[in-house]
Design a protein around this ligand. Structure first.
Ligand SMILES: [Zn+2]
Length: 85
């Protein structure tokens, strides 16, 4: 198996790990079935393309709209979703 873990990559990983000590971690859940897709840190910004491993739906998510995940699907949950065909 080929590894791409050069010294440069290893150093970037060490920096990344050191930088998250002041950040909080939150769950990124599937908007359809609530399955835990990933975990993201509080400084994350922008759009992310996600595919749910459980229901197999794919979405483009603007993470600014998904800051909290405490809502149930029955509650008011105004988000913009673009389903990827
Ligand atoms: Zn799902």
């Amino acid at each position: 198996m080929i590894s791409f873990m050069t010294d440069e990559v290893f150093r970037k990983l060490e920096f990344s790990e050191a930088e998250v000590t002041q950040l909080t971690l939150r769950d990124l859940r599937c908007p359809n079935c609530r399955f835990l897709i990933d975990k993201v840190y509080s400084d994350i910004k922008g759009h992310m393309q996600v595919k749910c491993p459980k229901c197999k739906n794919a979405y483009i998510m603007n993470l600014a709209y998904f800051r909290t995940f405490g809502h149930s699907r029955d509650q008011d949950f105004t988000v913009y979703l673009t389903k990827i065909e």
